[in-house]
Design a protein around this ligand. Structure first.
Ligand code: GRF
Length: 205
């Protein structure tokens, strides 16, 4: 078997998606391992999860830099140090620059069915719109907000008595399963991105 695919995971909050990846990576047959976890803020559960798992962490706060470009360059430098095959943005609440994205193949998970309801409030916006089905999307990050080529999606039904929290929690359960399944398949089988078409398998990594 090939060496495990090296993942750097970026987080900003509770890190349940990160935890799902850490749990999956415990099985060597999964084909990937988390080599570092980065954040844009301190004192978050996502970092604590990494520390408990013995994974190196780093923090780059935008407010510590004079310019956004400086922050982005510093983030790229520290990520590079861990030689990732893939960067996974899992609840990371910052946009990444085109320079960063040219350097690292970066995946992101969004709690809505793209292209519907991009941005910070996917579950709230879906609920307010009155859709009956929403879900989660795993995509290749590009320069836009939740606009990149779609890798995988999972539907989640909206219940009559849902509020934002209950809906987001149900989405997150489906989102974690999709993330783990898809990242594992990418690690084992490779990924090709041609324009907006993403294919898993066919050997490429
Ligand atoms: C996920 O729903 C993600 O899609 C969104 O924020 C949530 C992060 O959850 N951007 P967690 O930090 O992985 O628990």
């Amino acid at each position: 078997m090939n060496r495990p695919t090296r993942l750097v995971v970026l987080v900003s909050g509770s890190g349940t998606n990160l935890q799902a990846l850490l749990d999956a990576c415990a099985d060597p047959a999964y084909g990937a391992r988390v080599v570092a976890v980065g954040a844009d803020r301190e004192d978050i559960e996502g970092l604590a999860r990494a520390e408990r798992a013995g994974i190196p962490t780093f923090v780059r706060k935008v407010s510590d830099f004079e310019t956004r470009e400086g922050w982005d360059a510093s983030l790229a430098t520290v990520v590079e140090r861990f030689e990732p095959d893939l960067v996974v943005s899992a609840g990371f609440m910052k946009l990444l620059s085109p320079t960063f994205l040219d350097r690292f193949l970066t995946l992101n998970t969004h709690p809505a069915l793209c292209p519907a309801f991009p941005g910070m409030h996917g579950p709230r916006d879906a609920l307010e719109h009155g859709v009956k089905v929403t879900g989660a999307t795993l995509f290749v990050v590009d320069a836009g907000v939740d606009t990149g080529p779609i890798i995988a999606q999972v539907p989640v039904a909206v219940e009559d008595d849902d509020d934002v929290e209950s809906l987001h929690e149900r989405i997150k359960t489906a989102e974690r399963a999709m993330l783990v399944d898809t990242v594992g398949r990418i690690a084992r089988e490779g990924i090709t991105v041609e324009g907006r078409k993403v294919r898993i398998g066919a050997g490429a990594r």
